[in-house]
Design a protein around this ligand. Structure first.
Ligand code: SF4
Length: 317
């Protein structure tokens, strides 16, 4: 066209992102709550990977962990009870370009959301799922959750929780089409960061159980593992979670574990006393349902109408 320069490009300055970029509202979790550190780890990864905040979505369900999206300066969805995972799957289905962080809790995921948990793992859509496990319903003031240790007095079981707690990673490792299962502890930020970073880089649904301190309602449940690092088994492997030197020095009880070995992963997960942290299992070839849901995305309205007409014509009499 006359007078219009076509070889011109706007000089858009390169954007760079700092930790502050991802800071949302002031976190109102209790002082010393482990959730603060988990939030910081996610924000650090966003910064280190230079993720545009408009390409990040934090999704949650109910409970203390449900506050997570409010504290991220990104897109967010605070879902209903147990519904974090179907919401996240819906987002991924229509916006595969977004990086999804799901924050769910032991009650939200393993109790009211257990059905969604099973199927989201099987659907294996590309997202990072963090189970913030404090072993109690904290937001509603200390009711027994599926992971409450037997004997712990709660408001629903004042004489002590009656049932044995659910073994989260052992359960996930029994689901179909599982893709990435890891475990970490919030009181070791270096290991938690590397675990979440590995989860972020995995393509498929990465599930990370994070033992999360709740100083208000379950202040002593992790005492053994916190006071004696030798009670923790640190999983090491070239395809596992990267181990920083201070982490290696702290956890001398190291186990060489190939995350491709599902039977060995189940064996490690089955011991509730000497917990194993790191990457338990990874299957890069697990089928991803988001590779189905992206089909047809970006079609023009004309193409969609034409496709609809073709389908309807099949039923013409
Ligand atoms: Fe954290 Fe427990 Fe307070 Fe909830 S009740 S914010 S989990 S310390």
């Amino acid at each position: 066209m006359f007078g219009l320069k076509t070889d011109w490009h706007p000089d858009v300055p390169q954007r760079s992102f700092t930790l502050e970029t991802y800071e949302g509202g002031v976190a109102r979790w209790c002082p010393s709550c482990g959730d603060h550190g988990i939030l910081s780890a996610v924000q650090r990864i966003c910064r280190d990977e230079q993720l545009p905040p408009e390409k990040v979505v934090a999704v949650s369900g109910i409970g203390c962990s449900g506050r997570f999206p409010h504290y991220m300066h990104s897109y967010g969805f605070h879902g209903l009870h147990g519904r974090a995972l179907p919401v996240a799957c819906g987002i991924k289905a229509r916006r595969p370009d977004l990086q999804i962080w799901v924050a769910t809790g032991d009650g939200d995921c393993c109790s009211i959301g257990a059905g969604h948990w099973l199927h989201a793992i099987r659907y294996n859509m590309d997202m990072t799922v963090m189970l913030l496990d404090n072993s109690v319903y904290g937001l509603t003031k200390k009711q027994t959750s599926p992971t409450t240790p037997t004997g712990l007095a709660t408001n629903t079981h004042p004489d002590g929780a009656w049932l044995p707690p659910l073994n989260v990673v052992e359960t996930v490792l029994g689901f179909t089409n599982v893709s990435f299962v890891a475990k970490t502890v919030d009181w070791n930020p270096a290991h938690m960061y590397q675990t979440l970073l590995a989860a972020y880089h995995h393509r498929g649904l990465s599930f990370v159980q994070i033992l999360q301190r709740c100083p208000t309602y379950t202040p002593h449940i992790f005492d053994t593992w916190r006071s004696d690092p030798d009670t923790i088994r640190l999983l090491v492997h070239e395809d596992g979670v990267a181990v920083d030197p201070p982490v290696a020095r702290m956890y001398r009880n190291r186990v060489e574990h190939d995350p491709a070995d599902l039977a060995a992963a189940r064996q490690l997960a089955s011991d509730p006393e000497r917990i194993a942290i790191g990457l338990l299992y990874r299957n890069r070839s697990a089928r991803r349902y988001d590779q189905i849901t992206v089909r047809g995305l970006g079609m023009s309205t004309e193409d969609k109408l034409a496709a609809l007409d073709r389908e309807l014509d099949r039923f013409a009499i």
